[in-house]
Design a protein around this ligand. Structure first.
Ligand code: UDP
Length: 330
């Protein structure tokens, strides 16, 4: 039987496919390639170019393949864009998941692990954040991901679906082999943007606000290596396949870094001065997001390998130096 990975040509999806294949699993990938890259799909995975909003296409995949579990990454994931184009997020994330679940229910596929986010919490009252803390998103991206979690819960009651929602904090880094890494067009995430400076692709990095209530005024985030996130998906899938019940897990390192600290770490890793300029706040950004991942450690047996930000940024730097244009030419 196979594992179906939706969005398996994207950043976290492609890394998860590599880990699944390394673990000896048979993997089917569906991706519409709007933001993902065909070259990011592991050569041993069977690939279908399709959109999860296309019911007929999804039905075809479930009919052609013997799927025992689904890992769902296929979604739009940029905070800033979700504030300027919220309907894109409702369409891609919520409507897309609706169609996917309709097709899963129709084909009797009942196990799903899916990408959720720290953005479901909004501005936390205390850190580190626990899964039981209140969820009140400050941006539309987080709102659609929280609604996806609720959708799974109702579908579970009605149709016996079992799900695990993984609330990621800030994914970064690249596969240790250097074969795959982060590539978005346009790039909006902090670590790849910082590394564009030493790579000669931009002359400075903008710091979005330095008047937050944090130690240096810039936003605090919990940065977690993408391959550690990928491992958590395999553990969550195994948990469901052993009969585990619906669950939600935070995935982070439990340590917060300010934007300025991330830039400083990248200066050390690359040996480049990386000029930075303060610019206005970005809409929808909470001041501070730090995970407690104790539950994932305890229940799933998750053991993140990369707990040092310098090492995480080194893996990203290796990828961006060898692939300055991501998966594109030159
Ligand atoms: N950020 C920044 N400059 C940039 C990109 C991001 O100052 O060019 C900040 C952003 O405001 C946030 C943090 O870096 O506080 C991480 O942003 P990213 O988009 O990487 O991830 P998010 O936290 O939105 O998931």
């Amino acid at each position: 039987m196979a594992i179906l990975v939706l969005g398996g040509a994207g950043y976290i999806g492609s890394h998860t496919v590599y880990e699944l294949i390394d673990a000896g699993r048979d993997v089917v990938v569906v991706d519409n390639l709007l933001t993902g890259f065909r070259q990011a799909v592991h050569p041993k995975a069977r690939f279908y170019q399709a959109d999860i909003r296309d019911r007929a296409a999804m039905d075809k995949v479930f009919e052609a393949e013997d799927i025992e579990g689904v890992v769902h990454f296929a979604a739009s994931s940029q905070v800033g864009e979700s504030m300027s184009d919220p309907l894109k997020y409702y369409d891609n994330n919520l409507y897309g998941t609706t169609v996917l679940l309709q097709s899963m229910v129709a084909h009797g596929v009942k196990k799903i692990v899916f990408s959720s986010t720290a953005a479901t919490y909004g501005e936390p009252e205390t850190v580190p954040i626990l899964e039981s803390d209140k969820t009140q998103p400050t941006n539309c991206y987080g709102e659609t991901k929280l609604a996806m979690e609720h959708m799974m819960s109702w579908v579970s009651k009605a149709h016996g679906l079992k799900y695990v929602a993984l609330r990621y904090f800030n994914a970064c880094g690249a596969h240790i082999s250097g074969a795959i890494g982060e590539a978005h067009d346009p790039e909006t995430h902090l670590v790849p943007i910082i590394l564009q400076v030493p790579n000669g692709q931009r002359d400075h990095v903008s710091i979005f606000g330095d008047d937050y209530p944090t130690k240096d005024g810039t936003c605090v985030r919990d940065y977690i290596h993408v391959s550690d996130l990928a491992q958590a998906h395999i553990l969550a899938l195994d948990y469901l396949l052993r009969g585990g019940d619906n669950n939600v897990f935070n995935l982070g390192n439990g340590v917060g870094f300010t934007v300025k600290e991330v830039i400083d770490t990248a200066r050390t890793v690359t040996g480049h001065p990386i000029p930075a300029e303060v610019s206005p706040r970005r809409a929808g950004d909470p001041a501070q997001l730090i995970a407690s991942s104790a539950k994932a450690v305890e229940v799933l047996g998750w053991k993140p390998k990369y707990n040092d930000l310098g090492t995480i940024i080194s893996t990203a730097w290796k990828w961006h130096q060898s692939h300055p244009n991501g998966y594109g030419e030159g």
